[in-house]
Design a protein around this ligand. Structure first.
Ligand SMILES: *[C@@H]1O[C@H](CO)[C@@H](O)[C@H](O)[C@H]1NC(C)=O
Ligand SMILES: *[C@@H]1O[C@H](CO)[C@@H](O)[C@H](O)[C@H]1NC(C)=O
Length: 236
């Protein structure tokens, strides 16, 4: 019995290892709008299944530059990128926008994306989640737009995949209007960060944008047709 099991294993093992491509992994790099606590990262990872990893390495308050000075997350990123088939999403802008003009931001993002690739990960650029600030009930204030456009330019220049979360989230909150959009607020007046419901909705939005651009990841995303449809229709 043992002998026959053993010979079976010996026969089966090379076949299995030859057929199994490394499972993809995803690490999330960014600011508070991605981070655990008040970003879409936790909602996104809940939508995944069967990945080698889904790890949120985003840090609140960071820019493209200052994130690289967070030793814990930076070292975790370096380690993760040694594993084949690991994707690294990169979403900044909210804090960069307070310090750098779009030219400097673009240059910083370009340098960092090249570094991420050199370290072994496949970079995926994500444009900044829209702030839920409204000039009127249905017109969101869109001061992040030039930074989103700059991120897309960087992705195109480096021939990288990008997800236009800025446009998708802006379109969605515009359809929802201010009152319903504020249901995602972390507290009454925080129109940037996300409560658990906002984390789920924008995590789903990123998951849907990701598999639209990278269909090979589709089997690693658990669908929720109800939420996907609600986001397309501009309802909750
Ligand atoms: C952007 O900022 C940099 C550094 O402060 C400056 O040299 C450059 O002229 C600025 N570019 C524009 C278009 O304002
Ligand atoms: C799908 O999303 C809806 C909200 O749109 C939620 O109520 C439901 O629990 C979700 N289903 C799953 C399986 O996550």
């Amino acid at each position: 019995m043992f002998a026959s099991l053993l010979s079976l294993a010996l026969v089966a093992l090379p076949l299995v290892s030859a057929a199994a491509a490394p499972k993809p992994g995803i690490i999330l790099i960014g600011d508070s709008t991605v981070a655990t606590g008040a970003g879409w990262g936790p909602g996104f990872c809940k939508d995944t299944t069967g990945l080698a990893t889904c790890t949120d390495l985003a840090v609140s308050g960071t820019t493209v530059i200052s994130w690289q000075h967070q030793p814990t997350e930076y070292n975790a990123f370096l380690k993760a990128c040694t594993v084949p088939n690991t994707f690294a999403t990169i979403q900044f802008g909210h804090n960069d926008q307070k310090i750098y003009n779009t030219t400097v931001y673009g240059a910083n993002l370009n340098t960092f994306a090249k570094l991420v690739k050199a370290k072994g990960c496949t970079p995926v650029i994500i444009t900044s989640l829209a702030r839920r600030n409204f000039k009127s009930a249905h017109v969101p204030d869109d001061i992040l737009e030039p930074y989103a456009q700059e991120a897309i330019s960087v992705a195109n220049a480096l021939k990288l995949t990008y997800l236009d979360l800025h446009q998708a989230s802006l379109t969605y909150i515009t359809k929802l209007g201010s009152t319903l959009s504020y249901e995602f607020n972390l507290d009454g007046t925080d129109h940037t960060h996300l409560d658990p419901m906002g984390q789920a909705y924008f995590g789903r939005m990123v998951a849907d944008l990701l598999i639209a651009k990278l269909p090979t990841l589709k089997s690693f995303i658990v669908p929720n047709a109800t939420m996907t449809k609600a986001e397309a229709n501009g309802t909750l």
